[in-house]
Design a protein around this ligand. Structure first.
Ligand code: UTP
Length: 289
């Protein structure tokens, strides 16, 4: 079945980016000239997604405002002949059909996704984490959708990470199916060295069967006292087919300071307005270090 809907969980507290995220949601921090969440929505739209649900909380209404019209501002830009700015402001509001639901308590990623049950209904859906930004020629979520449709399975986006780093992620048990695609039948969140299945870790993108909702509903709190998506995925891959896609592209965790800065620099280097200037600035700076 075609994947038409996406869910973006964005209700986390963003404690790794404090104090900036005390009043500004981390998804709204500007990366060059757009907020982080816009990069994620653009990826989904480019992959053919039509309807997007953002899971928010009471401190994140800046997101709904951003994707709304702003007549007073638009009139002013129009009168001033600022056509490019007007176009960009409108484009953000017209990107997709965006819906919102609140996660009333911060009970974990699994719980945030469970809040999408009514929006999704009984069809496969995409999940894009609200702070994981991808830089890729072909949208990463599109690469997963292709694999999910081909194998009629759920799909998780993975990459090979260093053994020293895997304890921060979810390690997967994998068997190769074809180049860059594996069957996965087990996984472990934040493994201790003796628990590592493989160096393939899930990184922020999923296509899930709606069977995940009943699983999430019955889950007990796991790691950190939260309802963990990984615990749900582990059950899902033992019940139904799931593939892991070693996606092509670079992933940035913009929810931590280094990831955010790396992404900002890389995107600014590619941006037509800042690219040439930034490269020159960095070259000059490097000489002084
Ligand atoms: P993270 O652990 O990266 O986000 O969650 P966080 O909780 O905001 O991070 P800290 O506080 O800096 O450690 C992964 C994703 O799950 C969402 C987050 O918004 C992020 O997109 N999430 C997490 C929720 O929507 N609800 C939750 O209860 C927890």
């Amino acid at each position: 079945m075609k994947v038409r809907k996406a869910v973006i969980p964005a209700a986390g507290l963003g404690t790794r980016m404090l104090p900036a995220t005390k009043t500004v949601p981390k998804e709204m921090l500007p990366m060059v000239d757009k907020p982080v969440i816009q990069y994620i929505i653009e990826e989904a739209v480019e992959a053919g997604i039509e309807d997007i649900l953002i899971v928010t909380n009471r401190a994140k209404s800046a997101m709904d405002d951003y994707f709304d019209y702003y007549p007073e501002l638009e009139t002013r830009l129009n009168q001033a002949g600022k056509d490019r700015e007007l176009h960009e402001v409108r484009r953000a509001a017209d990107l997709a059909n965006i819906f919102y639901v609140r996660q009333k308590e911060t009970k974990g990623l699994g719980h945030a996704i469970w809040r999408a049950k009514r929006f999704v209904g009984d069809e496969p859906f995409a999940v894009l984490l609200g702070d994981d930004v991808m830089r890729a020629k072909k949208p990463v979520i599109g690469q997963l959708i292709e694999a999910a449709e081909k194998y009629e399975a759920s799909a998780v986006g993975v990459q090979h990470v260093a053994t020293e780093a895997i304890s921060k992620y979810c390690s997967l048990k994998v068997e190769p199916l074809e180049e860059r695609i594996f069957r996965t039948t087990d996984m472990v969140e934040k493994p201790r060295p003796e628990q590592i299945f493989s160096n393939y870790a899930i990184l922020g993108r999923y296509v899930l069967s709606s069977a995940i909702f009943d699983i999430l509903e019955d889950l007990e709190p796991g790691y950190g006292g939260e309802i963990q998506l990984t615990d749900g995925l582990k059950k899902l891959c033992q019940k139904e087919k799931m593939v892991a896609v070693d996606f092509e592209g670079h992933r940035y965790d913009t929810g931590n300071l280094r990831g955010f800065l790396e992404a900002t620099i890389d995107f600014a280097m590619e941006h037509p307005e800042t690219g040439a200037w930034l490269k020159e600035f960095v070259r000059a700076k490097a000489k002084t270090l």
